[in-house]
Design a protein around this ligand. Structure first.
Ligand SMILES: [Zn+2]
Length: 59
C-alpha cells in the first residue's frame, strides 16, 4: 500500500519534470516580443527575433 503511494508520487514528479520545459519567457524591452530562452544558464545574451535588439538577462 505504501509503495503504491510512493510510486504514484514519483510518477507525478516525473510527469512534472517532463511537462515542465526548462525555458523562461522574456519580453524584449524594445518591441515587447516574447522570447523563450533556456533556463539556468546564468547571464545570457538574448537576441530579439523580431527587431534584433540584444539584451542581457539572467535565466
Ligand atoms: Zn524586439
Amino acid at each position: 500500500m505504501k509503495e503504491k503511494i510512493i510510486n504514484a508520487i514519483q510518477g507525478l514528479k516525473n510527469k512534472i519534470k517532463c511537462d515542465k520545459v526548462t525555458y523562461r519567457i522574456f519580453d524584449c524591452p524594445m518591441c515587447s516580443q516574447k522570447l523563450r530562452v533556456p533556463k539556468g544558464k546564468g547571464k545570457i545574451e538574448i537576441t530579439c527575433r523580431r527587431c534584433g535588439h540584444v539584451f542581457i538577462r539572467r535565466s
